[in-house]
Design a protein around this ligand. Structure first.
Ligand code: NAD
Length: 474
């Protein structure tokens, strides 16, 4: 399968006809290729988006809403085909791929409503001789840079509010997953989006990134990915004072108090740590278990994981697929080795799986501590490190000791304790007995080095809008 660039309403092989290969992580085999865009391609995309910005901003909200609704419908009408490709390219089990597409579609549905509620304010005038009000105006050409782990949903979460707000977009997907991005554009291409309003460029980020980020016509950069790259983007945006939204990495604490219900906790750890083989920005990274509960949690978790079917996500029986590539397997292996060297005990797993592709065994470690790399960095793999704690105040302090602040989780049956945890935890999202707090209707995002801005909900569209102050005298 070949994925072309989509620029100014046309599919293009790139001016230089350069390509790069895409692998299926479940087999390690090449499954397709995508165009490696060069400077003239990026220039074409910037030109197209800039040319249509003023016209797209004038399209009436009801018309934009109709298009967004059609996009949601089209995504769901093509869910089988898209899910198959998503699994082949990214590795997640087919059932998870289907939910990712439904989640992506929700953003188009939600912003089809929200676009009709973009409201300004009116203000009283002290002298009663002026009319004073604000208008919300589209910020302008928006560059959307997305990661490979939720390669379809992360595009939707940005593209829906950007188009709703009246901004033309240039999407730059991750180099591991360009094919699903092109498939998404093929679905949308049939819906009559005006040429130039949505553009897709794929290829080497170190070539394309600087070209996009250094252009003064780009007024918004919305980025989801690692904190390290996020910081580079923030610096680059400063050059032309472009607005940035950053959804970055996390290091989520998952706190299990000894009054919690194990029948709820264990499935929650499976969802929060083993979904997408642990390659989730909001994945539980440090699982704090109150000491009295430790043996019970470790045993029950290992028992539950022993029933997990690991394999190619295309098989309906698969519960957990591969990691994205060999580098990911290396990183997870290093984290586990470092933990063992520093005193962790392997309860199960702890090694890559001897099969084609990039598989790592579901792993549980006890005696984990903050001195280990896996408690300091995102492991992004199917490894559950259990850290023992004694008291409530101790665990909140330890949980907060990270430069990250994306998501945190608390499991308890004590309502007072739950609310104390919500107040104490310095994270952009807190799930109380909920391992997957993620709705299109609610703004999500991080604090500290986990990001700037919010995606989803009412706030998500404001990332693509600016406020204009209008004063009319008579
Ligand atoms: P990454 O930072 O390596 O890449 C993300 C995107 O940035 C890709 O499209 C990549 O091509 C591009 N990129 C890389 N260097 C660039 C440069 N110099 N200029 C412009 N673009 C550049 O991250 P990844 O490995 O693809 O994704 C995993 C990371 O994403 C994890 O840290 C994860 O926590 C984070 N993530 C965060 C959220 C969230 O909502 N906060 C959601 C999903 C993933």
């Amino acid at each position: 399968m070949d994925a072309l660039l989509y620029i100014d309403g046309q599919w293009k092989p790139g001016r230089e006809h350069w390509w790069f290969n895409v692998e299926n992580p479940a087999t390690g085999r090449v499954m397709g290729r995508a165009v490696d865009a060069t400077a003239p391609d990026v220039a074409d995309a910037l030109e197209a988006a800039s040319r249509v910005a003023a016209d797209w901003a004038q399209v009436p909200p009801a018309k934009r809403a109709e298009l967004l609704d059609n996009m949601a419908d089209a995504l769901m009408a093509n869910v089988d085909e898209l899910a198959h490709l998503l699994t082949e390219e990214e590795g997640k089990p087919i059932k998870e791929a289907r939910s990712e597409i439904a989640y992506g579609a929700r953003f188009f549905r939600y912003y089809a409503g929200e676009v009709q509620r973009i409201e300004g304010d009116t203000f009283p005038d002290p002298e009663a001789t002026r009319a004073t009000f604000t208008r919300k105006i589209p910020i302008g050409v928006s560059v959307l840079i997305t990661p490979w782990n939720y390669p379809l949903a992360m595009i939707c979460r940005k593209m829906a509010p950007a188009l709703a707000a009246g901004c033309p977009v240039i999407v730059k997907p991750a180099e591991q997953t360009p094919l699903i991005a092109a498939a998404l554009f093929r679905v949308f291409d049939r819906l009559g989006v005006p040429p130039g309003v949505m553009n897709l460029v794929t290829g080497d980020p170190t070539r394309i990134g600087p070209l996009l980020l250094s252009d003064i016509r780009v007024r918004k950069i919305s980025f989801t990915g690692s904190t390290a790259v996020g910081k580079q983007i923030l610096r680059a945006a400063a050059e032309h004072v472009a607005s940035v939204s950053l959804e970055l990495g996390g290091n989520a604490p998952f706190i299990v108090f000894d009054d919690s219900d194990l029948e709820q906790v264990i499935p929650a750890i499976l969802a929060c740590k083993f979904r997408n083989a642990g390659q989730i920005c909001v994945a539980a990274n440090r699982i704090y278990v109150q000491r009295r509960h430790m043996t019970a949690v470790a045993d029950a978790l290992a028992e539950a994981l022993s029933h997990l079917t690991v394999g190619d996500g295309l098989s309906a029986a698969t519960d957990m697929g591969p990691l994205i590539d060999a580098a990911a397997v290396d990183k997870v292996s290093q984290h586990v080795q470092d933990a063992v060297t520093n005193g962790a005990t392997i309860v199960m797993g702890g090694h890559p799986l001897e099969m084609p592709g990039y598989f790592y065994a579901p792993t549980v470690l006890t005696n984990a501590s903050e001195s280990m790399r896996l408690a300091q960095e995102e492991t992004f793999g199917p490894v559950a490190p259990l850290l023992a704690f004694e008291t409530e105040s101790e665990v909140y302090e330890r949980a907060n000791q990270t430069p990250y602040g994306l998501a945190a989780y608390v499991f308890t049956r004590d309502l007072g304790r739950a609310m104390r945890a919500v107040r104490a935890l310095h994270f952009g999202m807190v799930g109380v007995n909920d391992p997957v707090p993620s709705l299109a209707e609610v703004p999500i995002g991080g604090v500290k080095e986990s990001g700037i801005g919010r995606e989803g909900g009412h706030e998500g569209i404001h990332e693509f809008l600016e406020t204009q102050y209008v004063s009319v005298r008579w």
